[in-house]
Design a protein around this ligand. Structure first.
Ligand SMILES: *Cc1c(COP(=O)(O)O)cnc(C)c1O
Length: 229
């Protein structure tokens, strides 16, 4: 069995290599370990290897893991679809939310974020592949959503996130990620001080880094295949 430490070293080497190939600094790319469905012991192993940032998709699971790991101060990133009855758990526990795609959810997070806590760091999830089933705001509706979210107390708008349609074609991967980068640049030109592109997963992190990813969200390549059901 491969240890987390070995997998982490391999993923970090992929990040370093891609950064070097595209003239970027490896230190400008943050590795988010996507720990959804993984048991708490796996997260402890990751923490022991120095991995501090974890991505979770389910609010209840996030709350339980945060409770179990309180003493080890991981940084929690919520990256899954958000139901409005789950925003309170997320607002109480998460440091970042990558998957805000409508104003109603942002308003709830803003209202429910305690004033004692630092602002919740927000990425807007964009549907860059145009598939009806995918979550994410349509690119055309993005500027209005960004303006609305930027004005909400308790939230800090940091950038954009996308999960493009899966493909093995690296040029197609890069086109989708370039689209997200262009949308970020458009918002920057409109005056939003954004610095984050959350894009790239186990199978396409190189293409994402080529197009400017600042956070890559990696699950399988770090933890192995997820348990299903
Ligand atoms: C599960 C998930 C990932 C990680 O995917 P892998 O292919 O296992 O690396 C990244 N981002 C989101 C939003 C996810 O749901």
């Amino acid at each position: 069995m491969t240890s987390f430490g070995e997998r982490l070293a391999r993923v970090q080497a992929r990040i370093d290599e891609a950064a070097q190939r595209h003239g970027r600094l490896p230190g400008d790319i943050t590795l988010l370990a996507v720990s959804k469905t993984q048991p708490v012991e796996k997260l402890r192993e990751a923490l022991a290897c120095g991995q501090r940032l974890f991505g979770e998709n389910y609010a209840q699971e996030l709350a339980e893991k945060a409770q179990a790991l309180t003493g080890e101060s991981p940084q929690w990133h919520f990256i899954g679809p958000i139901q409005s009855n789950k925003t309170r758990l997320i607002a109480e526990v998460a440091h970042w939310v990558h998957s805000v795609d409508r104003e109603k959810i942002a308003r709830r997070l803003s209202e429910q974020r305690s004033a004692d806590l630092p602002a919740l760091e927000i990425c807007l999830q964009v549907n860059v592949s145009g598939e009806q089933t995918k979550s994410g705001v349509d690119p055309g509706a993005l500027p209005a959503l960004a303006d609305a979210v930027a004005g909400l107390a308790g939230l800090k708008l940091r950038g954009l996130m996308a999960i493009p349609a899966a493909t093995d074609d690296e040029q197609a991967q890069r086109r989708a990620f370039a689209r997200l980068r262009t949308l970020l640049e458009d918002l920057q030109h409109r005056g939003h001080p954004l610095d984050t592109l959350s894009m790239g997963m186990s199978h396409d992190l190189e293409a994402a880094i080529a197009e400017g990813a600042t956070i890559v969200r990696v699950g399988t390549a770090l933890f192995g295949e997820r348990r299903t059901g």
